[in-house]
Design a protein. Sequence first.
Length: 341
Amino acid sequence: MNREGGETVEPGGRGAARADLPSVLAQLDGHVSADQRAAVRRIRTAIEDHERAAAYVPTVPKLRTLLEQSEHDFHDEIAACLAALAAEAPTDVAPSSGTLVTVARERADQSIACDLLHALAAVAAERPDVIAEHADAIADVLERRRGYDRCGLEAIAHASEYAPTAVEPVGSVLVDALSVNPTENGGPALRALGRLARSEATLPSLEFVTDAAALVAHDDRSLRHSAIGCLDDVAHRDPAAVASVAAEFEAALSFPDPDTRALAAATIGHVAADVDTAIEPIRWEVFELLADDHPHVRARACVALGHGHVDAAAPRLRDLARTDPVPTVRDRAAWAVGQLS
């Protein structure tokens, strides 16, 4: 508190950032490269040391202009600032996406591309419509970077949520990224491939189904759910492709997490609706789910067994149809019994 009872504004606090902004903007507007570099460094230091990104959002248009000017030798620092500002205010950085993509493409093999992809991923999370038109260019950057780059894949995944067909040209990049490093690249690659499968877009191949199946019982919850969800999406287009890896669901059907068991059972049910033999390798694992403690798991197991025409499950399904305390489970069990009759 100060002597008047108000808050004391520390020299490095938010008040200082507001006071500093006009001079920073003036330096960025100037024509002396050393002054512009100094301004960029002031922004970067303020963000990294004091977490004051919000105060410097008004500098985004000027930073974009500097990034477009090839004569400067501090583009890496500009990109780092834009990445931090995109994380704070993605909609303010969205109008700069075209420049970010252009520079990333020109310097795909340099470290600057990593920060630019970070910025694009942050923008894509809020404005996938803006990034969708750049999906092909982002994929070009990823192909030229060793091991791909998760941020670039995240940007494409967000774009696929807005417009799946927009990422159709980059399908092969997603397949390759998943194959190269399933654990690191799997989340965004699987989400985008799943949306492609659900859309009217053309898939480059279904080779990724095997890679996805290997992840359905992964320790990381988000990754295994992305894998199961992707296979569920593929099942709507080509159930036989998922039927070929149905045995891989065994561990997911007995996974400690009930939501994983439910998702796995639901996917097997969708596949068995068209390929009833798909349930054969894991029919007893699905059957055991009829006794699961969680009603949403029991309900989905009923549907899978009904679609799979597992006659051995009929007595238990009849019992559930009469006695299960949850109406949804009773309804699904009765439906499954009808399928077996």
